[in-house]
Design a protein around this ligand. Structure first.
Ligand SMILES: Cc1cc2nc3c(=O)[nH]c(=O)nc-3n(C[C@H](O)[C@H](O)[C@H](O)COP(=O)(O)O)c2cc1C
Length: 196
């Protein structure tokens, strides 16, 4: 694939000093430096109405958002751990789409006071329901240990985010290439359902 990889980063925490935002923005910068096209969706700056299946899909904001989501090959999904699960803001974003995620890669980042593993599991469940792939490990951060003055501080988190950025470029590119081939081809792959 000669085109640059298209990544949508999503910040699923709404408060001004969100540590999730710091980590997601850090990855976005790494990806841009690596030649990716990054579309940053910060749900604090671009709040979405709650999904209402009577009205959402015909609403003015939905079409332009869908174009952006369809364009992406990879989604960096940042969320705080809220009660062991994803934030309402991120869940509401994800509830707007499903086929748009099919065959693509989710790369979650979770801010938690623990390891955020139940939140990662929830995102894997959501990915499975949408026929998406997920990075096979968990990247989590602790607001006190890993972030200082609005920047990634710990070597531990810097290394984890560098690994995530590298892997999502490698596997995101591989999956995007295969997805396009499957959509254009005739194999009975799970992507056959999306052929026009
Ligand atoms: C409503 C709410 C629920 C939370 N639930 C949990 C939880 O179940 N487990 C946990 O480790 N942290 C929990 N936290 C703490 C946040 O995950 C933590 O403060 C995180 O770093 C916030 O990230 P942010 O600054 O990006 O919003 C909760 C915080 C809030 C506000």
């Amino acid at each position: 694939m000669n085109e640059s990889l298209k990544v949508m980063t999503v910040v699923g925490s709404l408060h001004a000093k969100s540590v999730t935002r710091v980590a997601v923005d850090h990855v976005a910068e790494t990806l841009r430096a690596g030649g990716c096209e990054v579309d940053a969706l910060d749900l604090a700056a671009e709040p979405l109405p709650l999904v209402n299946t009577d009205t959402t899909f015909g609403a003015d904001y939905y079409g332009p958002l869908k174009v952006r989501v369809q364009a992406a090959d990879v989604y960096v999904l940042g969320t705080p751990d809220y009660h062991g699960s994803v934030s309402g803001a991120l869940k509401n974003f994800l509830d707007h789409f499903w086929k748009e995620f099919t065959g693509k890669l989710f790369a979650p980042i979770v801010a938690s006071h623990e390891k955020g593993l139940t939140t990662h599991d929830q995102l894997r469940t959501i990915a499975r329901q949408c026929y998406a792939w997920t990075i096979p490990y968990a990247v989590s951060l602790h607001e006190k240990e890993d972030i200082t003055d609005g920047a990634v501080n710990s070597d531990y988190l810097k290394d984890r985010l560098a690994m995530l950025a590298a892997d999502l470029q490698t596997y995101g590119t591989t999956l995007a290439t295969q997805r396009r081939a499957d959509l254009a081809g005739t194999s009975p792959s799970f992507l056959a359902q999306l052929r026009k």
